[in-house]
Design a protein around this ligand. Structure first.
Ligand SMILES: Nc1ncnc2c1ncn2[C@@H]1O[C@H](COP(=O)(O)OP(=O)(O)OP(=O)(O)O)[C@@H](O)[C@H]1O
Length: 312
């Protein structure tokens, strides 16, 4: 668990981050979202002490991190940034091995970890380990950047717009990959984004920041249903708010249990947004929900879907 209490940062006379307090439980993903210059990156960089706070405290698993030497702390916290920052003259394997090598892992343990991470990110070790960063696509490089951040099994992963520079398809794909890996490893993630859709898809809790302050911190659904008037409402209140709301739930959340099929089959994990698109596309008003073995477990009607996306 990571807890931040009254965290502030001055740059000269400018107060870039003002009295932030929040908490992220183990295994959760927290997204910091807000307009450019609102203090997201500064907040993230104070968590691993790349920037020293002007005031406030940070606790990781109940321990005040100011008591931990910054170097040691950074090795316990993974950090992945937009544009990756891979070392251009080192192979992919060596890039990923950076922190394990600093920590003095044995060659065998380091090699095994590199192979494990490459496989986890669906990059064939035999093909990729010996390549150099410039020989990889942007999406592949970004995966290596995240793999490197995870190499020493950190308890916390900080990500600063990790998918910012990618095309929408690659971006969606990498978001799915990261969610899969995060579930597998149970790691805690704090990510900076300026993309509401990304925050809704990835995060358990979203902190909306403006001018150095957190204006609201809530689950995606609560944020969309009950945004605070003003900045937050403007951020989430566009015409696609109903679609965002639908994206926060899956068929498993709203299905009526049945055992007989009554329409096109969709998996329990399908988001209501995708289900709605599927029904519109197929021109039908009822769908069948199936589990991972293809067994019928429920049904959902278009009427029911519409209610979920309606104004609260
Ligand atoms: N090292 C620094 N020295 C002086 N001012 C800084 C420094 N780093 C950030 N700032 C200022 O602090 C404010 C917050 O910057 P920060 O990078 O945290 O914003 P951000 O929300 O991450 O923005 P973006 O989305 O554009 O990256 C900005 O006004 C910025 O100009």
């Amino acid at each position: 668990m990571i807890e931040v209490k009254h965290l502030s940062k001055h740059f000269g006379t400018q107060l870039a981050v003002k009295d932030l307090s929040f908490r992220v439980d183990n295994g959760q993903i927290c997204a910091l979202i807000g307009t450019s210059g609102c203090g997201k990156s500064t907040t993230l960089r104070m968590l691993n002490r790349l920037i020293e706070p002007s005031a406030g405290e940070i606790f990781i698993q109940g321990k005040n991190v100011t008591a931990i030497p910054a170097e040691q702390l950074r090795r316990r916290i993974g950090y992945a940034i937009q544009g990756v920052g891979l070392f251009p003259h080192q192979t992919i394997a060596r890039n990923i091995a950076t922190v394990p090598r600093l920590l003095g892992w044995t060659r065998a343990d380091t090699d095994a970890r590199v192979n494990e991470l490459l496989s986890l990110f669906r990059l064939d070790p035999a093909t990729f380990a010996g390549k150099y960063p410039h020989q990889l696509s942007g999406g592949e490089q970004q995966r290596v950047g995240v793999a490197r951040a995870l190499a020493a099994r950190p308890e916390l992963l900080l990500m600063d717009e990790p998918f910012g520079a990618l095309d929408p398809l690659t971006r969606t794909h990498l978001q799915d990959e990261l969610l899969r890996i995060q579930k597998l490893l149970g790691i805690t993630i704090i990510m900076v984004t300026h993309d509401l859709e990304e925050a809704i898809k990835m995060a358990d809790i979203i902190a909306v920041m403006d001018k150095g302050e957190i204006l609201q911190i809530d689950s995606p659904q609560a944020l969309l249903r009950y945004p605070r008037p003003g900045f937050v409402q403007n951020l989430v209140g566009g015409q696609d708010r109903s679609l965002h709301l639908l994206a926060t739930q899956t068929l498993a959340d709203i299905m009526t249990p049945v055992t007989r099929p009554s329409g096109p089959a969709m998996a329990t994990s399908t988001s209501l947004r995708d289900a709605m698109a599927g029904l519109i596309w197929q021109g039908t008003e009822r769908l069948t929900v199936v589990d991972e073995n293809g067994l019928v477990v429920g049904e959902v009607t278009l009427e029911n879907l519409l209610k979920q996306g309606a104004r609260p």
